[in-house]
Design a binder for this molecule. Sequence first.
Ligand code: GLY
Length: 335
Amino acid sequence: MTTFLVYILMLPFGHATLPFVINTWPFKDATSAAWSVLQAGGSILDAVEQGCSRCEVDQCDGSVGFGGSPDENGETTLDAMIMNGDTMEVGAVADLRRIKNAIGVARAVMQHTEHTFLVGESASVFAENMGFTAEDLTTNKSLSIFTQWLKDNCQPNYRKNVLPDPSKNCGPYKPRAMLKQRKSERQIDIHAHDTIGMIAIGQDGHVAAGTSTNGANHKIPGRVGDSSVAGAGAYADSTAGGAAATGDGDVMMRFLPSFLAVELMRTGADPSSACKTAISRIKRYYPEFFGAVICANTTGHYGAACNKLPGFSKFSFMVSDSPSNVPLLKSVDCF
Ligand code: GLY
């Protein structure tokens, strides 16, 4: 018995009673919103949509929803996706302008089109036609972030191999002859990419996942990160599990970490190991990338992993199930 207890305590991952919800970062009200849907007998897709919508309204950490991450023109644009792990349907939007409820529009793409992914101005027109209200996403805060950035000679920015020297100057930029490739020395801002990623697992083990973000501070207009890309920002497959990622989307989307983690769980990996392998794969090429992944399987086991950096040694996430009935703050040590 004692041996059994020690074994349980040493398990490298958590276990929740189905149904349950798990999301990135300590975005507790988002967890509560999703959990309320599940408690009321609502669907896992509704739970993910409502949970992520809560963050869009609350502007979680300034990195989700309106009024955050102004681009080089000072405009906030939103990326979101939602995935049904039963049918493998996905709805996604990116570079969405003037509409606050990005995950709602992603859901509308899934429910009212045969497409998967709409972007930019056309996605906004689609949203308006679907009844979403067009509003200015700029706030005093995003305006002041943008104004300060202009005052700081547009530092930091995402340009490389251009003239004038982007590490000292604003644009417009032109390509520089690439005589010598210079390694980008972009400063890491660990608060610049705090996406909400959420997984809901139903009573019967069915899986849904979704994300919502305003992307990256001072991004180049038109930039789309990982969050709205299926397999990168999130992935759900009711025959295996779900995963969601947060962090430097420009790097992370190259590795489809959510897809990889789900595939590893399919082959029997526990959620913590699956998350760790997904992080390790990126680390091999980008040891200094900022990012974390949450993973959950269809039996209620969950885990998370993150890449250890100066100032980022623990990653927090939320879990809610019926024994707890309130969102529980969990954390994992980065490696
Ligand atoms: N992970 C959010 C982004 O980089 O857009």
